[in-house]
Design a protein around this ligand. Structure first.
Ligand code: FAE
Length: 543
């Protein structure tokens, strides 16, 4: 079936699914679906043939394909459904005026870019609430993740990049790359609604002046730049610029959610999944443990919280097929915690291993006064500096916006470096820990420095030291947007995400990717999940 055909066929179902999401939000439900509770469900243990943990990329693919196969499926998501307007009439807040909706149970925001001219003007006090962005802190690394129906798709920069085929093959030597690039990547891109900015508009609009300035500096250095595809609707963005649509990407909305324009998973895969009539989503429910009953049924324990974070109910669920899509952190935590508590003793020793931050390092450069980057900047990056082919120092650097509404002469970047360092998660009395060290981060920032020293030298520019808090520093290599690994494909699982040691237990998310993929990762995660589902539905669920 061609990608176009799949998309056309889903449109009617998506409309039904979106209606279900809308109604549930309006009525304040924590249970979203087109079907009502079944009479054959025992009251104490809710059961479904299939359960999916989480609702990010891998989870959403699983939910849709299970639903389409006619398998009744329950999705359990610890975050809320983001579809109800706050008192300002908007679902999400922007980065300029963050409120309780911004962060997951915090009293102060923790934005990646913390200061400006060393001043503490970025972060704001907020009240505790299940906000959309979480920052999970380990000793030498913190990880940003999305919370809510749609996972990371709610907070990310929409950059929808397919990795270089040769690097994909290097990272996944057991996967048939011809099949990935011929079938699953195109399928993922079509379903996600990936497109590219109109080059003519890019060249003329004030909103991407910041990208053009960085491109010029890269060209002066002899470096190549490339347009980066996106899941943001560029037609909508042009209307924002023309003043005929409410501003979202052009209104400083991104890491705390976009009210318009972005094709997040609740508008694509999840809407289609609900549209099958076989999928139900429970929100504000965190799965806390997995065990197996003597008849082979999976048994899950979960905690339902209210908007204050208080646990209001402890629940048990049963299913035959269990799909883990809680992301690199969520899935690793669940598996390790279950092994630690003795309920999943046969897990492979490699569970928890192979983690990396995709070599992420953020940095800013200070431009000359005549090189203005513009007071108006779109929050959606559309261009990168591609020096991945440089065997001595492979780096792909996304040209990132810094939308403040004022001219600041800063060029900002999120560099993805080919850092070979890996770490391991473990679970103990203090919860999940990660043994990633500052020395391992220094490998990423060392590679970013090599590239940007060249750019500064060619353009007689310098770094900005004031953007990442005190003490002053240039490279923010202690956080990542791209947590990858912990349950690596072909190591902790078989070649299709089936968890070793157990039948009918699957991983479909970023924990399958071995620490680095060279580009922003959600297209890869989606395509791998499509590949897993295509195989599993044929081989494992046949009567
Ligand atoms: P993910 O999307 O993280 O979803 C996991 C879901 O599971 C979340 O909704 C969790 O709340 C939920 N969950 C976790 N544990 C449990 C549990 N125990 N019980 C119930 N629910 C649970 O997983 N990537 C790109 O490709 N392009 C970009 O432009 C980009 N920009 C980014 C910007 C930011 C600020 C951030 C934070 C990330 C960005 N990423 C980007 C990364 C991308 O969003 C990420 O790789 C994917 O979201 C990961 O997909 P997963 O399916 O692994």
């Amino acid at each position: 079936m061609t990608a176009k055909l799949i998309q056309r066929q889903l449109t009617r179902r998506q409309i039904l699914g979106m209606a279900a999401l809308q109604t549930a939000a309006t009525l304040g439900f924590t249970r979203v679906g087109l079907q009502s509770a079944r009479a054959d469900e025992p009251a104490a243990v809710e059961s479904a043939p299939a359960i999916v943990v989480g609702s990010g990329y891998g989870a959403s693919v699983a939910a849709l394909r299970l639903g389409q196969a006619g398998i009744r499926t329950l999705v359990l998501e610890m975050g809320r459904l983001w579809n109800t307007a706050g008192s300002d009439g908007k679902v999400f807040c922007n980065t300029a005026n963050p409120d309780q909706r911004s962060m997951w149970f915090r009293t102060r925001t923790e934005a990646p870019l913390a200061t400006f001219l060393w001043l503490d003007v970025v972060n704001k006090d907020i009240s505790l609430y299940p906000g959309v962005l979480d920052r999970v802190r380990f000793s030498d690394m913190s990880v940003f993740v999305g919370r809510g129906v749609g996972g990371g798709s709610l907070v990310n920069g929409s950059m929808a990049v397919t990795p270089l085929q040769s690097y994909f093959a290097e990272q996944f030597p057991t996967v048939d790359t011809a099949e990935m690039y011929g079938t699953y990547f195109p399928r993922a891109r079509a379903m996600l609604g990936v497109s590219t900015i109109d080059p003519a508009w890019f060249e003329s609009t004030e909103w991407y002046r910041f990208s053009r300035v960085s491109r010029k500096h890269a060209q002066n250095t002899g470096l190549k730049t490339t347009f980066v595809p996106s899941v943001y609707d560029f037609g909508y963005m042009q209307r924002e610029a023309a003043g005929t649509a409410t501003k979202s990407a052009l209104g400083q909305e991104v890491i705390y959610g976009n009210n318009f324009g972005k094709k997040s998973l609740d508008k694509t895969y999840l809407a289609s999944a609900l549209g099958t009539g076989n999928v139900t989503i429970h929100t504000l429910e965190k799965v806390t443990g997995i065990s197996r009953a003597s008849d082979g049924t999976w048994v899950l324990s979960a905690e339902r919280i209210d908007y204050s974070g208080a646990v209001v109910e402890t629940k048990q669920y049963g299913c035959t097929y269990l799909f883990l899509g809680g992301g690199s952190l969520g899935t690793s935590e669940l598996l390790l915690r279950s092994r630690q508590s003795g309920t999943l003793p046969a897990l492979d020793a490699s569970v928890g291993a192979g983690w990396g931050p995709n070599g992420n390092t953020m940095l800013g450069r200070a431009n000359h006064l005549w090189d203005t980057v513009g007071a108006n900047q779109s929050t959606m990056p559309v261009m990168g500096i591609d020096d991945w082919a440089n065997a001595d120092n492979p780096v792909f650097a996304e040209i990132a916006p810094l939308p403040t509404g004022l001219e600041h002469w800063v060029s900002l970047y999120l560099a993805i470096t080919k850092n070979p360092q890996r770490a391991r998660f473990s679970y103990g009395s203090g919860g999940l820990s990660l043994d990633w060290s500052a020395a391992q981060s220094a490998v990423s920032s060392g590679m970013a420095k090599k590239l940007f020293d060249r750019i500064n030298s060619a353009n007689s520019t310098i770094y900005r030291y004031d953007l990442f808090g005190t003490p002053s520093r240039v490279f923010a290599d202690d956080f990542t947007y791209h947590p990858l690994g912990g349950c690596v494909l072909g190591k902790a699982t078989d070649n299709y995400g089936r968890v070793k040691g157990y039948s009918r237990l699957y991983v479909t998310d970023g924990s399958l990717v071995p620490g680095n993929i060279g580009v922003n990762p959600f297209v890869t995660i989606t395509a791998l999940a499509e590949r897993t589902m295509a195989r599993v539905l044929v081989e494992d669920t046949a009567p």
